[in-house]
Ligand binder design. Structure first.
Ligand SMILES: [Zn+2]
Ligand SMILES: [Zn+2]
Length: 311
């Protein structure tokens, strides 16, 4: 790491328009210096979250610019916003094709979503709305471990991870602007440590261990097999030494099933406890990412800036 990393809220509207990443529901966007945007997963709320950050001054995140989606896996919390990413920017006159990268089944999911919305698409293309069907192009790319994208100085590598029986990938971004790893959903893995070694930013899922203890044995076994506990993330950070780790997809084990409403204060308390758990293992820098956050790799003598946003 040769430069610093600046963090600011996406609502602030303050930023240089250079390079970056975003997250919602989950979704983390990587935005490059030249304006290219890559959405990593598109959970519910992705387009709205991007638009909010766009309104706050991040011009790259205008809906029409959402042309690349990389799905880490096909769980619903990572894909429920895909129809929105396919259709809303198209209705708003996106003229370029949408590229969707992901595991086996991605092509089918895209085709099935287009089929499910055939009444809407037919109305817009056959009626008075001046939208052409030709501009609704969705190009699915089946991902396998290795390089999946290499253009204009950016290399994206898929790293297969372990998430139960789901085919799942982490995505590693490397360019002269920086190195970033997005973990997706995974249990702790040595190969994630190798891929994230010396990264500028590691975006990793994290599970609050204190909350997991309150769950049944069966749920504890499940979560340990398919997700990453705070302590294990601390160990990954300690070995990989990324300049900054941003937690996302935090599993806090809030009591959604009981009678009592979950308060925002309790969410905050558990998020802080999760950070404490991580920091009990490592002194490497870590923050919790929240919707609208922007993380920018600052300019240094040999690197251009990169920004990461977490809506
Ligand atoms: Zn999952
Ligand atoms: Zn998930």
């Amino acid at each position: 790491m040769t430069g610093g990393i600046r963090h600011e809220s996406g609502d602030s509207g303050k930023r240089d328009s250079e390079c970056g990443a975003v997250a919602s529901g989950p979704c983390t966007a990587v935005i490059l210096d030249d304006g290219r945007v890559f959405l990593n997963d598109c959970g519910p709320g992705t387009v709205r979250a991007c638009t909010k950050v766009f309104y706050a001054g991040c011009s790259e995140l205008k809906p029409q610019n959402l042309t690349h989606v990389l799905l880490t896996h096909l769980h619903s919390d990572h894909t429920a916003g895909l129809a929105d990413v396919i259709l809303t920017p198209w209705v708003l006159e996106r003229t370029r094709p949408l590229h969707v990268y992901g595991p086996e089944g991605t092509d089918e999911m895209c085709r099935d979503l287009l089929h499910a919305y055939r009444a809407d698409i037919g109305f817009r293309t056959d009626g008075p709305e001046p939208i052409g069907p030709d501009s609704l192009q969705v190009i699915a790319h089946a991902v396998q471990e290795g390089v999946i994208y290499e253009q204009n100085g950016l290399c994206i590598r898929a790293v297969s991870v372990s998430h139960g029986t789901m085919e799942s990938y982490a995505y590693l971004y490397e360019s002269k602007e920086g190195k970033v790893l997005i973990s997706g959903d995974t249990c702790p893995l040595d190969k994630v440590i190798e891929a994230a070694y010396g990264a500028d930013i590691l975006v990793h899922e994290a599970e609050y261990a204190g909350g997991l203890k309150e769950r049944t044995e069966a749920w504890q076994a499940y979560h340990r097999a398919v997700h990453t506990l705070s302590y294990d993330l601390g160990s990954i950070m300690d070995k990989a030494k990324p300049a900054l780790t941003i937690t996302t997809h935090r599993i806090l084990h809030l009591n959604y099933y009981g009678e009592e409403p979950v308060s925002a204060d309790e969410v905050k308390r558990r998020e802080e406890l999760l950070l404490e758990e991580i920091r009990s293992v490592t002194d490497q820098p870590v923050v919790n990412g929240h919707d609208g956050d922007i993380f920018q790799i600052e300019k240094s003598s040999d690197r251009d800036p990169v920004i990461y946003l977490m809506p």
